[in-house]
Design a protein around this ligand. Structure first.
Ligand code: C5P
Length: 234
């Protein structure tokens, strides 16, 4: 598959391994990339990762690591031992932490979270006065670039300005994906699957639009159809 196409990562934000297995079965042959995040990993650890591997999928381990450099570098080594394809770090951990992680060899792809898609400008300004989500994401993406991370996690709203400012075409991973008319839940900076394609996003992370649907396979196929149609139009 081309490195330029938008692919979906289904977020397995579920309670039990049984729920995880059921969803993996339903999405078999439709989705290849799966996100194991804080809920499943806190509850079930590496077993949650192993289920995806046994189903033939690839794992994005979304732990948003943020700690002192040595601790994070060790966690990257452990993630490598689990065989995950990618792992997230929080870029607020700073340049030394990101560099320590990036220097681990071998290691999974490292993707830097900038500003959570659940943050509005007001939420950002409440912590960093006078900063917008956009300005903060830009600072953090520049830090991720300096540390030579493999991808930037941001909202679709920042992709164009970040691409322009960074002066190259980073791999963008974007959560907060909502098909038109779909509930946004706690997400505040969302884009549609079609917009993800127009923006040249590499990975669109899709959780509740799939997991909350009574027919997750159909929901995933609908997102993929929207992506395909947008690609044909573009
Ligand atoms: O259900 P929904 O589609 O909103 O799920 C988005 C997923 O992406 C969640 O698992 C969330 O933890 C994750 N995520 C995010 N914003 C980021 C990074 C990850 O929403 N910046």
């Amino acid at each position: 598959m081309s490195e330029n196409t938008t692919e979906i990562i289904a977020a397995l934000d579920l309670e039990s391994l049984a729920d995880e297995q059921a969803l993996l079965d339903k999405l078999h042959g439709v989705v290849r990339f799966f996100k194991v995040g804080l809920r499943l990993f806190t509850a079930h650890g590496r077993r949650a990762v192993e289920l995806v591997h046994r189903a033939g999928g690839e794992v994005f381990l979304d732990l948003k690591l943020h700690d002192i450099p040595q601790t994070v570098a060790h966690a990257v080594q452990e993630a490598q031992k689990m065989g995950v394809a990618s792992l997230s770090l929080h870029t607020l951990g700073g340049l030394d932490m990101l560099r320590a992680a990036a220097e681990v060899r071998p290691r999974p792809k490292l993707w830097g979270v900038t500003v959570l898609t659940s943050f509005s400008d007001a939420d950002v300004a409440a912590i960093f006065p006078h900063m917008s989500a956009h300005t903060l994401a830009l600072h953090l993406a520049q830090t991720a670039k300096a540390a030579r991370l493999d991808g930037i996690i941001c909202s679709g709203h920042e992709v164009r300005p970040l691409r322009k400012a960074l002066g190259e075409d980073p791999c963008f991973i974007v959560p907060g994906i909502r098909p038109e008319g779909h509930a946004v839940h706690d997400q505040k900076r969302v884009v549609t699957p079609a917009q993800a394609v127009e923006l040249g996003i590499r990975f669109a992370v899709v959780g509740r639009p799939i997991t909350h649907d009574p027919e997750p396979r159909n929901a995933a196929m609908a997102v993929l159809a929207e992506i395909r149609n947008a690609r044909l139009k573009g």
